[in-house]
Ligand binder design. Structure first.
Ligand code: TZP
Ligand code: MG
Length: 211
């Protein structure tokens, strides 16, 4: 099995941000402890998504951090990204694994123990679970409870990363759950000091994450 370091996972999109600023936030985050990056672009055309992925990959490669693309195995292969993240409504995990082959990273969103076990058996390398807290980044029907997160961590052997509304004030509430790390969008992307935010989140994640 591939090992994926999800200690501090930056999930990001460039909406409402000019590209230069977006890339400079990304770089500050990479210099301060982000271990995995996902490009999550819902509004872009395939061509725009691909072009941005190529630009982002130059930076993530420089810092030796894998780049994951949300939803799109085709663009991930075209841009030579490290992997793909899919949700329960996207292409089935087993199909994405087939498309990616054995060497790229497959992440899957799982909200229940059943989804988690299924994703692991279909070839996922890590799971994303949440939203743990209210968030304005994504429309959430129901938040995931700490107990569900803990049960998912116990049910699988692959790393689990908590996501959704996580910031410096609530990250320690993930302690003891069994997660291998946390994923954030706003806590870094919307911070006035993205580098400082990443550094602090990584320090806090390191106090409780499973290694
Ligand atoms: N999946 C579940 S919650 C979420 C995603 C992509 C958004 C997380 O964003 P934020 O800003 O860290 O709450
Ligand atoms: Mg998706």
């Amino acid at each position: 099995m591939k090992s994926v370091d999800v200690s501090l996972y930056l999930v990001t999109n460039s909406d409402g941000c000019d590209e230069k600023r977006f890339l400079s936030i990304l770089e500050a985050a990479l210099q301060n402890g982000v271990t995995l990056v996902q490009l999550r672009e819902k509004e872009k055309t395939s061509e725009e998504y691909y072009t941005l992925a190529v630009a982002v990959k130059k930076i993530t490669d420089y810092y030796g951090v894998p780049l994951i693309l949300d939803d799109r195995a085709d663009i991930a292969l075209a841009a030579d990204a490290a992997g793909v993240h899919v949700g329960q409504q996207d292409l089935p995990a087993a199909k994405v694994r087939q498309l990616l082959g054995p060497n790229r990273i497959l992440g899957v969103s799982a909200k229940t123990v059943e989804q988690a076990i299924a994703a692991e058996s279909q070839g996922a390398d890590y799971l994303g679970t949440g939203a743990m807290f209210p968030t304005t980044t994504k429309v959430i029907t129901q938040p995931t409870s700490y107990d569900t997160l803990k049960a998912i961590c116990k049910a699988v052997t692959i790393p689990v990363v908590a996501i959704g509304g996580i910031n410096e004030s609530n990250i320690l509430q993930m302690s003891g759950s069994g997660v291998h790390g946390v994923a954030v969008v706003s806590a870094i992307m919307r911070s006035s000091e993205p580098g400082t935010a990443a550094k602090r989140l990584r320090e806090l994640s390191d106090t409780f994450r499973v290694r």
